[in-house]
Design a protein around this ligand. Structure first.
Ligand code: MRU
Length: 354
């Protein structure tokens, strides 16, 4: 499996996912503005992956700051931070990464500017490595939900490509596979930019997991025919009350699950939970340009010239539709995730018993 992003020889290397699965090409970023462009243009996408990209973009931009002291250095970082924060609004992971870097700088305020530049590179690499460990832990907990012979539906791509590696929604599948369980995955194609068809199907096939690709509007029929046992999706931002923002179409899947009594699980690293907002109504939702809807791959036009388009990239699934949230600390009912920030809480008492 190729890496979505890595730091190599002083550059940020981004796999251009907009070309997958037909071309495996990498963009070598030597300027933080290229990293920001890559996030905007979906060369790199998926909430944890764009958080990592933001951290690496900051470390890259920091190398060119001319500063004699910490104050000047921090001032030099601000336009880079602004550029990263302006790329995509919905995933909280960019802000999470920026805050982590800011905290890191506060803790290292005694260091020289040159040393801080080096340390920022290490910190960005660490964010990537820790993300992989988090995903493995999500996988360990989530694999308990997968039984031999299950058919799992997923939407969009919350796989290795959307993270530092291993994925979030895919992690339980990868662990269940390692445990020798046999199961199948139904992948929603995920219009408009087809992350399911292009990325998730590709990833799962590489791991030898049986995959069936469907158009987004097929999910309800399969549920009605009794062919789906559970759903696992990722999230770009989950609010304190367990409302979940994820790729457009997730809400539809969740409502269908309720109707058909199918469990709807969300794999959410704690970096994707925004404890500062009380509900999903405060999640900013990205709207993208019309060409993703009127064209396939920016090439083949499928709608009349000048047609009015709404291209809403994410939706919010109210917590009442969410069976449970799989985090690196265990599986929790949506109402209980706020307890992850509370002191003196025995998580063993709160975790969902599977
Ligand atoms: O527009 P994208 O491709 O960045 O949307 C990605 C998703 O919606 C994912 O499900 C989400 O970021 C979770 S990735 C672990």
């Amino acid at each position: 499996m190729v890496n979505a992003i890595e730091w190599k020889d002083g550059k940020v290397i981004i796999l251009d996912q907009s070309k997958l699965p037909f071309e495996v090409t990498f963009v070598e970023c030597t300027d933080y503005r290229q990293v920001a462009e890559g996030i905007k243009k979906l060369w790199i996408r998926g909430a944890p992956a764009i958080g990592i990209a933001a951290a690496m973009g900051l470390a890259l931009g920091a190398q060119d700051i001319k500063a004699n002291n910490l104050k000047e250095f921090k001032k030099g970082l601000e336009p880079i931070v602004d550029e990263m924060l302006s790329t995509r609004p919905t995933a909280v992971n960019i802000r999470w990464a920026v805050e982590k870097i800011r905290k890191f700088l506060r803790e290292r305020r005694g260091e020289s500017v040159n040393r801080l530049k080096e340390l920022l590179i290490d910190e960005a690499k660490k964010i990537l490595e820790e993300d992989i460990e988090v995903n493995k832990a999500i996988g360990k907990w989530g694999a308990e939900l997968i039984k031999d012979g299950n058919t799992i539906l997923t939407h969009c791509n919350a796989g290795a490509l959307a993270t530092g590696g291993y994925g979030t929604a895919t992690a339980p599948m990868f662990v269940a596979r390692e445990q020798g369980k046999n199961f199948e995955v139904i992948v929603d194609e995920t219009r408009p930019v087809l992350q399911g068809a292009r990325l998730t199907a590709w990833e799962l096939m590489q791991k030898g997991i049986p995959v069936t690709l469907i158009t987004d509007n097929t999910a309800g029929a399969l549920m009605n025919m009794g062919e789906i046992d559970l759903v696992i999706v990722g999230t770009d931002r989950t609010a304190r009350n367990g409302d979940v923002a994820n790729k457009i179409g997730t809400y539809t899947v969740a409502v269908l699950c309720k109707e058909h009594k199918i469990p709807f699980y969300v794999a959410a690293p704690i970096s994707s939970i925004d404890f500062s907002i009380s509900s999903g109504k405060y999640i900013p939702i990205e709207e993208r340009g019309p060409e993703e809807v009127t064209h396939i791959f920016g090439k083949c036009q499928i709608a009349p010239d000048g047609v009015k388009v709404r291209n809403i990239a994410f939706d919010v699934t109210p917590h009442k539709y969410v069976t449970a949230i799989i985090t690196e600390k265990g599986i929790f009912r949506p109402k209980d995730i706020k307890k992850l920030t509370q002191k003196n809480v025995d998580l063993d008492e709160v975790r969902l018993k599977v």
